[in-house]
Ligand binder design. Structure first.
Ligand code: FAD
Length: 303
């Protein structure tokens, strides 16, 4: 290759999809339609988030198990340190292993509703790095952890946050999945800093297709993601125009993933918000496609 040859992504792109556990039978039915639609794209894994509180957690366990038993997909169960003792968490981990689950996403978790700041459970795992260590002691799971291109809001500095990511990897995590971001440079700069810090595991960008701009603004303020002015301009005036909004959302996200792909990024994690259409469109543009005839018919997926 000569120096003047432009970069062409040569590695096939791999994708993964994140879902949240459905609250009602209707939502569950919709999630299964989404899973049916996304499964033919051959994701490396699909993950299911974990909330605070008993019934929410039961829904995560049930969804993960159903994916394990009823599909050929590899499920990854999110697990947090919030509101449980080490023994309780260890039992969940053992149950997952016994049920054939081999991939966990190990997180500290956010404070439960009503609590203003995170307090480790007495006798619990305090931070995600401790949880990773605990899981490693139990069984040989694949373990993914969270990473923050714009720094976790509670971190004392960007360096301290990167040290924390390194601790999670050193404790046995095999992949970092990032918080979402909207500018490719944000991710690329973070990836450079992580590599310099000696983090060699895959750092997978978390891609959030924007379905509801107002919600994204609120959520981004809480999780520390910057919403660029260009994004606000792109969605301006579209509150009552869902069709155009979806097209804009696809364009914005395709632009982001294409920039990342041109920089050699070959793994993408999609925050699907339990919807299929935008993720399918973005994957299609990345060359991640279902074999011909494998897609369920579109009308079943209309939103
Ligand atoms: P940690 O890595 O433990 O870090 C948390 C903060 O504490 C950071 O600021 C870190 O720098 C600091 N810190 C770490 N160790 C120490 C220490 N020893 N002393 C002092 N400070 C320390 N939340 C859910 O509730 N359920 C989910 O399913 C879920 N899924 C997620 C998936 C992804 C891909 C991402 C990016 C986030 C997810 N979250 C989820 C949100 C996550 O729980 C929050 O961002 C949470 O605030 C931090 O979790 P963490 O695992 O990054 O924590």
């Amino acid at each position: 290759m000569t120096q003047s040859t432009p970069h062409v992504a040569s590695t096939p792109v791999a994708v993964s999809f994140e879902f949240f556990p459905p609250k009602t039978a209707e939502m569950e039915q919709k999630l299964w339609q989404v899973i049916e639609r996304l499964a033919p794209l051959g994701p490396r894994f699909v993950s299911v988030t974990y909330g605070a509180g008993g019934s929410t957690r039961e829904r995560t366990h049930a969804t993960v198990r159903r994916i394990r038993h009823e599909t050929a997909l590899e499920p990854a169960a999110h697990l947090t340190c919030v509101g449980a003792s080490r023994d309780e968490i260890d039992e969940v981990v053992r149950d997952y292993w016994a049920a054939g689950i081999r991939h966990l996403v190990a997180l500290r978790g956010d404070p439960p509703a009503g609590a203003s700041r995170y307090e480790p459970h007495p006798g619990g795992y305090a931070y995600a790095a401790d949880l990773v260590e605990g899981i490693r002691r139990i069984a040989d799971f694949e373990i993914s952890v969270a990473a923050y291109p714009e720094t976790h809001p509670e971190a004392t500095s960007a360096e301290a946050d990167l040290d924390n990511l390194k601790r999670k990897i050193d404790a046995g995590a095999t992949r970092a999945i990032t918080q979402y971001f909207f500018e490719a440079d944000t991710f690329l700069r973070f990836r450079d800093r992580a590599r310099k810090a000696g983090i060699t595991v895959p750092i997978v960008p978390g891609i959030m297709p924007v379905t509801n701009f107002g919600q994204i603004v609120k959520f981004s303020a809480a999780c520390g993601a910057t919403v660029p002015a260009s994004l606000a301009r792109a969605f301006e005036g579209l509150d009552d125009d869902p069709e155009t909004r979806r097209m804009v959302a696809a364009t914005v996200a395709v632009d982001l993933v294409r920039k990342l792909e041109a920089e050699g990024v070959a793994d993408f994690h999609f925050y699907t918000v339990n919807r299929a259409e935008l993720t399918v469109a973005i994957c299609h543009m990345l060359g991640v496609r279902a074999p011909l005839g494998a897609l369920p018919s579109a009308p079943a997926l209309a939103v």
